[in-house]
Design a protein around this ligand. Sequence first.
Ligand SMILES: CC(C)(COP(=O)(O)OP(=O)(O)OC[C@H]1O[C@@H](n2cnc3c(N)ncnc32)[C@H](O)[C@@H]1OP(=O)(O)O)[C@@H](O)C(=O)NCCC(=O)NCCS
Length: 159
Amino acid sequence: MEGIKIRKMVPADIVQVHDMSIKCFTTPWELNSFEYELSNRDSILNVAELDNEIAGYICLRTMLDVTHVLDVAVTPRLRRSGIGSMLLRSALQDLRRLKPDITLVTLEVRESNIAAIRLYEIFGFKEIGRRKEYYKKPAEDAIIMEMDMSAGNPSLIFH
Ligand SMILES: CC(C)(COP(=O)(O)OP(=O)(O)OC[C@H]1O[C@@H](n2cnc3c(N)ncnc32)[C@H](O)[C@@H]1OP(=O)(O)O)[C@@H](O)C(=O)NCCC(=O)NCCS
C-alpha cells in the first residue's frame, strides 16, 4: 500500500498501539505488556505507519530456541491492503537477521479467525495442533501453527 512505512516500535507509540489493541481484540494486552516487550531484548516489535498514524503493529518474542508471534493487528479500516503481510514479513526478516539460528516460529490463533489463518498460511505456517478453549470472550479453541524458517522451505515467501 502506497505511503506505508514499517519501523521499529518506540515507547512513544505505546499509547496508540494499546488503543488499537483494544479495538482489535476482546482480551487486549495491558499497556505495561507492551512496555515489557519493548524492554525485552528477545522481542521484536514493529509498527506500520501511514501519515504519522499507527496503522498496525506486530510483536514476536524468542523463548529458548523458538520464536512466538505474540500479537499482530491492523486498524480495521486499512485491512486487506497488505499491511498485515508487510508487518509479518518485516518481523521475520528482522528475526532472520538478529537471530539467524532460529528455525522454528510458532503461534496460536482463534479457529474462527480466517483472516489471520490465511495470512499465516501464505507465510508457510501450518497447523500442528489445537488447544481446547484456550481463548476467553468468547471461549474458543486455538489452532497452533508452526513455520520452519530454515533455508529450503519453499513456502517461505519474502517478496
Ligand atoms: C489478521 C490481520 C492482521 C490481517 O491484516 P491485513 O492487513 O488485513 O492482511 P493483508 O492485507 O496483508 O492480507 C494478506 C492475505 O491474508 C488473507 N486475508 C486477510 N484478510 C482476510 C479476510 N478477511 N478473509 C480472508 N482472507 C483474508 C488474504 O489471503 C490476503 O491476501 P489478499 O488480500 O491478496 O487476498 C487483520 O485482519 C487484523 O488485524 N485482524 C484483527 C487482529 C487479529 O486477529 N490478529 C491476529 C491474532 S492471531
